[in-house]
Design a protein around this ligand. Structure first.
Ligand code: ADP
Ligand code: MG
Length: 243
């Protein structure tokens, strides 16, 4: 099976700062991988490299068979296959939930407005937000906004969903409604890379948990092994702080 995402010897610098130090990493189709690690370890940078929000200086990144750094690769096509959900929901404030969702399908997928609206309503239903279709972001709670942001990602029918600390900006009582939507996606077989410290989510749905520290991947194991028997002392120390 060809991996959906693969990193080979990936290095990245911000000026003199070496933030990714030779990353080898791959994700198979349908796999759910959780990435955890201390603040500043390079998690966001790594995940942002997957759709080339950040360029790399050395190594190769393949996404669904496409070398994303090859000059001939159509980045629009790569990005159309990837939904990205950030900590901050980044919805357009002057557009309703529905309008936020139909934007990309109309622009990038060239769907008709009618078709895009029907699709958007289906997806809003799926994330439990259909009745809020005509609400503006300011009229929604953080958890509801994040569910709309997920719906917006799904509207492009992506092959991959990336999540960068999707619940970190939420009040505690809203975390589960977002995690539940993500768990549903995981169970449906979506390929997912999730940066999170929600270890309950990792235990329940991740196929693999990866620990990152100071720009390197230190450990990668199925959740059972990762939590009960981490190999690295650094992983143990990190887990002892967050669990
Ligand atoms: P994490 O998501 O694990 O907290 P990041 O990937 O955000 O880590 O950051 C890794 C390192 O890169 C940190 O030292 C951070 O300060 C630095 N960094 C991140 N983005 C930039 C940037 N745009 N310019 C310069 N340094 C950056
Ligand atoms: Mg980060």
């Amino acid at each position: 099976m060809e991996p959906m995402i693969s990193f080979q010897g990936v290095h990245k610098w911000f000026g003199d700062l070496h933030v990714l130090k030779g990353i080898d990493f791959s994700v198979n189709p349908g796999e759910v991988v959780v990435i955890c690690g201390p603040s500043g370890s390079g998690k966001s940078t790594m995940i942002r490299c997957i759709n080339k929000l950040e360029p790399i200086q050395r190594g190769t990144i393949m996404v669904d068979g496409m070398d994303i750094n090859a000059p001939t690769t159509d980045l629009t096509r790569v990005r159309a296959e990837i939904g990205f959900v950030f900590q901050q929901f980044n919805l357009y404030p002057h557009m309703t939930a529905l309008e936020n969702i139909i934007l990309a399908p109309i622009k990038v997928r060239k769907m008709s407005r009618e078709e895009a609206e029907a699709l958007a309503l289906d997806i809003l239903e799926k994330v439990g937000m259909r009745e809020k279709a005509d609400h503006y972001p300011a009229q929604l709670s953080g958890g509801q906004q994040q569910r709309v942001a997920i719906a917006r990602g799904l509207a492009m029918k992506p092959k991959i969903m990336l999540f960068d600390e999707p619940t970190s900006a939420l009040d505690p009582e809203m975390i589960n409604e977002v995690l539940d939507v993500m768990k549903g996606l995981a169970r449906e077989g979506m390929t997912m890379v999730v940066v999170t410290h929600e270890m309950g989510f990792a235990r329940e749905v991740a196929h693999r948990v990866v620990f990152m520290d100071e720009g390197s991947l230190i450990e990668s194991a199925p959740p059972k092994v990762f939590f009960s028997n981490p190999k690295s002392e650094r992983t143990r120390l990190f887990l002892s702080k967050i669990l």
